[in-house]
Design a binder for this molecule. Structure first.
Ligand code: GDP
Ligand code: MN
Length: 336
């Protein structure tokens, strides 16, 4: 079709529209957003950017999950943002609430202690439910069973660059299981006994750990101690069949049996990261360098050519990659 010429407006102000993108193949993939009804403005902001930067062209579906029923208002506003299919799921109570096997006296004492020590979210039970859910239950939800790959999106994040290729197909074609944009150190007070439990698990299940794993990302002394590096899980592109597999499933159950999601405040970021780094091969973990991304208070801004190619709008000088608190150098070292 002709561009919409208007009388009196010089031709050079019009560029013909890009031809519609018709992919010859697609991955079996979905976006996943775990949110509350009150997160509506923040998740609309994130989703609008996903649509504009990537998905208006690729049309991957969305799955929204919540421990409470989504309101009609929520569903209406979300569905209006996309042409892609959108589904809304209610999380079963037993995938969300603190299990009855947890000693509440011990758990509440731990919370009070963390509040006194100003541990972020240290007093919160819902935050712990969320971390446990993201660690071991999201990929078991009914609405996600039909999908293999997922892209996790949180409220109020920013996507700075155009994503003109299909990251899900990259995962599939290169047999990746986990993709990240930002990595950093975990707060030690949230995971006092996590590493001891990891060590016990791999000692009794050595066959789950391939030779070319990414232990060197997690530990500076060959596994003796945890250096607290993890991939920031508010952004994830991953293979749910990896989480559903025997190694990670048994690993999660082992951790869950210890009760550390409640007696401490284990996050889904270190749990996923340790799982991916130990039970996958190191080259199955992908750094999405070309996806410019911000979740407060850190951002990854592509540098140089990648910035130009993605038409990124972030300031290249504002980039967490090699700041002192970033773990990207440890990821790089895996491949040296
Ligand atoms: P932070 O990034 O660690 O500060 O934690 P967030 O508050 O962003 O929570 C992480 C993710 O879980 C976000 O997608 C939230 O919307 C979601 N989330 C956190 N708590 C709850 C909750 O109680 N219910 C539901 N449905 N989602 C939650
Ligand atoms: Mn967040």
């Amino acid at each position: 079709p002709n561009p919409p010429y208007r009388e009196g407006v010089p031709d050079q102000y019009y560029k013909p529209a890009e031809p519609a993108y018709t992919p010859d193949r697609k991955a079996n993939a979905t976006f996943v957003m775990l949110v509350r009804n009150s997160d509506l403005p923040g998740i609309m902001s994130s989703m609008k950017q996903i649509e504009d930067r990537f998905n208006r062209k690729f049309n991957y579906p969305y799955v929204f999950l919540n421990d409470q029923p989504f309101t009609e208002e929520f569903k209406k506003h979300i569905s209006a943002l996309t042409n892609a299919p959108v589904e809304f799921g209610l999380i079963p109570q037993d995938h969300w609430v603190q299990p009855s096997s947890i000693d509440e006296t011990r758990a509440s004492a731990a919370r009070e202690d963390m509040v006194k020590n100003n541990v972020i979210y240290g007093g919160s039970v819902p935050y712990r439910n969320m971390c446990r859910f993201n660690s071991g239950f999201f990929y078991r939800q009914e609405l996600l069973q039909k999908y293999k790959y997922y892209w996790r999106v949180e409220p109020d994040v920013k996507f700075f660059c155009d994503v003109d290729y299909d990251p899900f197909l990259l995962m599939q074609d290169q047999q990746k299981v986990y993709g990240f944009t930002v990595s950093l150190y975990e707060y030690p007070t949230t995971i006092p006994t996590l590493w001891d439990n990891v060590k016990a698990f791999i000692k009794s299940n050595p066959d789950f750990v391939p030779a070319d794993n990414a232990m060197a990302f997690l530990s500076d002394d060959k596994g003796e101690s945890y250096n607290r590096c993890h991939f920031w899980s508010n952004f994830e592109i991953g293979d749910m069949d990896f989480w559903r597999g025997e190694a990670y499933s048994k690993f999660f159950d082992h951790l869950d049996d210890q009760g550390g999601f409640y007696y401490e405040r284990w996050g889904d970021a270190p749990v996923h990261s340790i799982g991916a780094a130990l039970f996958a091969k190191k080259d199955q973990i992908h750094f999405f360098n070309d996806i410019g991304y911000r979740h407060e208070p850190f951002q990854h801004c592509p540098q140089g050519e990648a910035h130009t190619k993605g038409k990124c709008w972030c300031d290249p000088g504002q980039n967490f990659d090699y700041e002192w608190y970033s773990c990207l150098n440890k990821y790089d070292q895996l491949f040296r």
